[in-house]
Write a protein that binds this ligand. Structure first.
Ligand SMILES: Cc1cc2nc3c(=O)[nH]c(=O)nc-3n(C[C@H](O)[C@H](O)[C@H](O)COP(=O)(O)OP(=O)(O)OC[C@H]3O[C@@H](n4cnc5c(N)ncnc54)[C@H](O)[C@@H]3O)c2cc1C
Length: 451
């Protein structure tokens, strides 16, 4: 079968194995080595590039059982579940109990294993850090067939290499995740409009205490309007308001099931050109400018706005698209992002989905993406002429001390990776010890020189 990531570039013919128990994986890995040399775990395939692509894919689709909800001695609740459980299913299980996940990426199909392997971030990184900062422990199946239960004290090297390690240390079987209380399904959203990149960053700094913060950027606007943007700020509606709402007969804390629209076929890629994108961006900016009033929206619409358009990745045409997501330290963020936006608008290759978020402090995981500062994500439809532009963007990012997100990457060079992920050598040494035959490898890991 042919597989790809969410961006549909690149594609690879692979063998798909769908174990129904951890025992089955353990036997095959540790025993005869019958799965061959190039294996990688695959969750929901929501990473954009080639991190979940290899000759043999071990799907966690059927490893999706819920194990327990327990209250720790410190009073918080911990969920234990298998790694193939989607965040959507986790939310459906915990929301009726008044609990919520502390960090959510923009796609709810993402699995717990995928969220740990990429150490995903949400709109609240500046306050709550990334997904793995809330993972207490996990079981990892190594290439030897051994299962290790690791946490920050027991097998800490394995823990910090597996969090953000893109599946290269082994297969995460299950995890224990700290949950947070949630009193309402609603988010109070405020929308602020910024006329330039500088304004947007100043607004983000000014509203640093806002729990959730994310900006849509018009990446094709140039000159004085460069970086004009719409900033969305969100807070959970407070408990008292929530009780009043449920008394008045509105829905209680049940997870929301939404209807979805589906893109039935690949859109012709000529529809996405500089002029249609500039038209869309200008219209969107003008519309949001006129609609600044605060409003309450349900969590599903706030956290997963794109999910209502199922298969929206088909909008980029049959050749797919690439997402370029960079993180850059606070002190060089404006210069870097401004140079990137100039390059993109000059090339006329941007898109309508360009997102800016603030990052808080980095953690101790060897390959986790966030650096304290900002992150910018830009979508580009696939075309051969895109690659030289992305190489230019890499040079800008490196010059400013930044790096690219492995979960979105499909083409970064080994040199770029090594210059920006400073702990790569430590990771490679540990990988060599854990997996000397290099059984766990993906198209991405081979490109980046990680075996
Ligand atoms: C619409 C959209 C919005 C997104 N928004 C965000 C966002 O806001 N923030 C963010 O950080 N990311 C975001 N992402 C990216 C996504 O969260 C990550 O790529 C995530 O890793 C995907 O999880 P998955 O289950 O689909 O894993 P896959 O894509 O299948 O795999 C991703 C990586 O995880 C590894 N992996 C998966 N399961 C396991 C396992 N059980 N054991 C070991 N390794 C495993 C794979 O080997 C691979 O290296 C978004 C993606 C989409 C499509």
């Amino acid at each position: 079968m042919t597989f790809s990531g969410w961006g549909r570039y690149p594609r690879l013919e692979s063998r798909l194995i769908e174990p129904i128990s951890t025992f089955e994986i353990e036997e095959s890995l540790g025993g005869s080595g019958q799965w061959g040399p190039s294996i990688i775990a695959r969750g929901a395939g929501r990473s954009y590039g080639d991190s979940a692509l290899a000759e043999t894919l071990v799907s966690t689709r059927y490893l999706d059982n819920f194990s327990s909800l327990t209250t720790s001695e410190h009073g918080y609740t911990v969920l234990r579940c298998a790694s193939g459980m989607s965040l959507e299913k986790v939310l459906e299980t915990i929301i009726p109990k008044g609990l919520f996940l502390p960090v959510l990426p923009g796609a709810k199909a993402v699995t717990v294993g995928g969220a740990i392997a990429a150490d995903v971030h949400g709109k609240n990184h500046h306050i709550d850090g990334s997904f793995c900062d809330h993972v207490e422990s996990m079981q990892v199946l190594l290439a030897t067939g051994e299962i290790i239960n690791c946490n920050r004290d027991a097998y800490p090297e394995l823990f910090h290499a597996t969090c953000g390690g893109m599946g290269l240390t082994g297969i995460i079987l299950d995890a224990a995740i700290k949950l947070v209380p949630m009193s309402s399904l609603d988010i109070a959203q405020r929308t602020l409009v910024a006329d330039s990149l500088q304004d947007c960053m100043e607004l983000m700094d000014e509203h640093h205490e806002s729990k959730y913060s994310v900006a849509w950027i018009d990446c094709l606007a140039s000159g004085a309007a460069q970086g004009r943007s719409v900033l969305y700020l969100g807070e959970h509606v407070d408990e008292k308001d929530a009780r009043e709402k449920s008394k008045s007969g509105r829905r209680g804390l049940r997870a929301i099931k939404r209807s979805e629209l589906k893109i039935p076929f690949d859109a012709p890629s000529f529809l996405l050109n500089k002029h249609t994108m500039m038209g869309f961006n200008s219209a969107y900016y003008a519309l949001q400018k006129s609609r600044g009033a605060p409003k309450r929206i349900d969590y599903d619409a706030f956290f997963f706005p794109l999910e209502r358009l199922r298969n929206w990745n088909r909008l980029y045409g049959s050749k797919g698209f690439l997402q370029y997501q960079l993180a850059v330290p606070q002190e060089s963020a404006h210069a870097c992002i401004s140079a990137v936006l100039s390059c993109v608008s000059h090339a006329g290759k941007g898109s309508f989905l360009s997102v800016l978020k603030k990052f808080g402090k980095a953690n101790n995981n060897l390959l986790s993406f966030p650096i304290e500062g900002y992150t910018l994500a830009l979508d580009f439809k696939y075309e051969d002429s895109l690659f030289p532009l992305l190489d230019k963007l890499d040079a800008i990012v490196l010059e400013h001390g930044g790096r690219l997100y492995l979960a979105k990457d499909a083409r970064m060079s080994k040199e770029c990776f090594r210059r920006s992920y400073r702990q790569w050598e430590q990771f490679a040494e540990l990988k060599q010890k854990l997996d000397p035959r290099g059984q766990f490898s993906s198209l991405q890991s081979r490109r980046l020189g990680l075996g």
